[in-house]
Design a protein around this ligand. Structure first.
Ligand SMILES: [Zn+2]
Length: 223
């Protein structure tokens, strides 16, 4: 895994940066798809991991959550409004996703439901970061912010990769997977205003350019 900042590591994956998992202090942030279990377990072997938190309960972030929480005997945390998605079987997938995407995700990505031990809300502390409620992509989407070095775990409020072509670049998350795009845009504006020195995305390489982030967000349509 790669060190990005103090106590912030990005796990390796293939293709690189496509579906990101972070170890922040002793908390595993996101758990990729069901296919990600082995690569995650291999990389965190020997590390102290005491909890697993999700930025949001989507199939490409919660796929290995159940397996990893069971194996390590650690609690699962996620944003309050995403608790039902994580706990009620069959509710993870985006309702308005195209059928082909749904069936692919069901076959290869979605992990089992799992009880949430701690529902995260604005201002909570996770491994030295503060929880920011950043809804829109999911109702309970959260980002993590550490003021001292301006490090930000973005989640999927924005991606730094085109999810169709895998080319680098800032984008809004796909509309079919974002039930409330206007609200997500508000969340994106809030994150850009923080001027993060380091932004870590759910998809795409880390970005150390707050101006680029601000310019991208300023160019988004006003709702
Ligand atoms: Zn995602």
């Amino acid at each position: 895994m790669k060190r990005l900042a103090e106590d912030v590591y990005m796990l390796k994956g293939w293709p690189p940066n496509a579906i990101n998992v972070y170890l922040v202090g002793d908390v595993l942030i996101d758990a990729a798809t069901r296919q990600g279990e082995k690569r995650i377990m291999r990389q965190i072997a020997g590390k102290t991991v005491t909890a697993h938190a999700l930025t949001h309960a989507h199939p490409d972030h919660q796929g290995s959550s159940h397996a990893i929480c069971e194996k390590l005997g650690i609690p699962l945390w996620c944003g309050q409004a995403d608790v039902p998605a994580m706990e009620i079987p069959g509710s993870v997938i985006a309702r308005n996703a195209p059928r082909i995407v749904k069936s692919f995700q069901e076959r290869f990505w979605i992990g089992p439901s799992h009880p949430v031990a701690r529902a995260l809300v604005e201002g909570d502390e996770v491994a030295g970061f503060s929880v920011l409620e950043t809804p829109g992509h999911t109702p309970g989407h959260v980002s993590l912010w550490r003021e001292s070095d301006r490090a930000l775990i973005v989640g999927d409020v924005l991606t730094n990769m085109n999810l169709m072509t895998a080319l680098p670049g800032l984008h809004e998350p796909p509309a079919f997977a974002t039930p409330d795009p206007a609200r997500n845009r508000e969340s994106a504006r809030r994150l850009a205003e923080l001027r993060p020195a380091l932004a870590c995305f759910g998809h795409g390489a880390p970005l150390r350019d707050p101006d680029k982030l601000a310019r991208f967000v300023a160019g988004l349509p006003a709702d």
